[in-house]
Design a binder for this molecule. Structure first.
Ligand code: CA
Length: 408
């Protein structure tokens, strides 16, 4: 990670964005009504908190002088102009420095990490990889007042319901003494070494050092155990890995790529998919999907059940691949055998909107054009590629938009 704090913030913000908002794409397309008058709104919120058992004293300390933070609204409205390519994402997320730091930390905390693994069944390399991506190993956990940020976003109308729940949850945690009322976090209220949003904190954080607090800042036992508990309860399989880079044979049916196709390793073997060293895939009863995140010319990955669990944590495929690959690098595996194509020009939001409009006009439904590459748009890209005899990898490029424009 670059040391420049602005770049760091932008990068953290981008990864957090997809993690936090389930309805992000839809929310972008809607008009936002003005927020209600702040004073009465706050009183109503406090009454809700009291009904949940939060004490008047906690409410006074947490919300006594609270005001909406304009900068939070600004960050919430910001729409990154360009999408990230696999190559630019990996460059930032998996720097040599981060790999080296991660290796040192994996060794330093080996004893604690293996205790956590014994209890929750999540391998140490993954816990350290999440840690690196979420907060650069605890060195960047956010600078916004969490109460202030969540009040701002709950008062604003864009995702009021979601953030009201986050705010009420954080007030409960403050009331029980797990976190201080002046706690700092991301502009969207994500907290601690693994950037948990309050409902995740409330549901999954663990007091692993038994001091009565679930401390995701100062207690490494709590930090690792909480991440492991969340993963474990989201379906993590501790005896399996996340997936692997593979080699696909010439003439392979690219239509078999994507998360909707799932086959056993033995079936992928029959189709000619191999380990990157050319050897057959392990003869294990594992279901896997084949991913080509940078298109059919880039690296190919078979991804397992744990990859889907990483997507529960953060639904971005680039994030999930980065966690898996960083975890591999921490235990000495090498860089990608097929590096992602660096020449790929990232698409702008305007490009994606144009792409969506072109696809819609051909009856390939992408929903209302919102400039965000989601599963529906990828499926429509695949469908178009199939009808024109292009390898259907669902990967959109400038070239593809040109072809769409020129194809009758
Ligand atoms: Ca504790």
């Amino acid at each position: 990670m670059k040391s420049n704090p602005l770049r760091r913030l932008l990068f953290c913000g981008l990864t957090a964005l997809v993690a936090v908002f389930p309805a992000f794409d839809q929310a972008l397309a809607k008009e936002v009504p003005p927020p209600p008058p702040f004073g009465p709104w706050l009183e109503n919120l406090k009454a809700d908190a009291v009904r949940r058992g939060v004490s008047a004293e906690t409410l006074n300390r947490a919300l006594g002088r609270i005001k909406p933070i304009p900068r939070v609204i600004e960050l919430d409205r910001r729409q990154p102009e360009f999408t990230l390519t696999l190559s630019s994402y990996f460059k930032k997320a998996i720097s040599t420095k981060r790999i080296e730091q991660g290796k040192v930390l994996l060794k330093r905390h080996a004893g604690l990490l293996s205790k956590v693994e014994a209890k929750f069944g999540v391998q140490p390399r993954f816990l350290v990889a999440f840690w690196g991506l979420e907060s650069n190993f605890g060195t960047y956990t956010g600078t916004f007042s969490v109460a202030g940020a969540l009040v701002t976003l709950a008062h604003d109308r864009r995702r009021a319901k979601f953030f009201r729940e986050q705010l009420l949850s954080v007030l409960e945690l403050m009331d029980k003494g797990h976190i201080p009322v002046d706690v700092k976090g991301s502009w969207a209220g994500a907290m601690g070494n693994h950037q948990f949003i309050p409902t995740t904190y409330k549901g999954y954080a663990v007091d692993f050092d038994s001091d009565g607090k679930r401390d995701l800042w100062g207690s490494l036992p709590d930090i690792f155990a909480s991440a492991a508990n969340y993963l474990s309860r989201s379906g993590w399989q501790g005896d399996k890995t996340w997936g692997r880079e593979v080699r696909i044979p010439a003439g392979f049916d690219i239509g078999l790529t994507g998360m909707s196709v799932r086959k056993r390793l033995i079936e992928w073997n029959k189709l000619g998919v191999r380990q990157t060293n050319g050897k057959p895939l392990p003869n294990a009863d594992i279901g896997a999907s084949l991913m080509v995140p940078a298109g059919y010319k880039g690296p190919a990955f078979l991804v397992y059940k744990n990859y889907r669990t990483i997507l529960v944590w953060n639904r971005s495929h680039l994030y999930a691949l980065a966690v898996g690959h960083l975890a591999d690098r921490l235990v000495g595996k090498g860089p990608l055998k097929t590096p992602p194509p660096v020449a790929d020009v990232p698409l702008s939001r305007a490009d994606i909107r144009a792409l969506q409009t072109l696809l819609n006009s051909r009856g390939l439904d992408t929903g209302a054009p919102d400039g965000v590459m989601g599963p529906k748009t990828r499926a429509a890209v695949r469908a178009f590629q199939k009808t024109t005899g292009l390898p259907p990898d669902g990967y959109a490029t400038k070239e593809l938009i040109m072809i769409l424009r020129e194809t009758p």
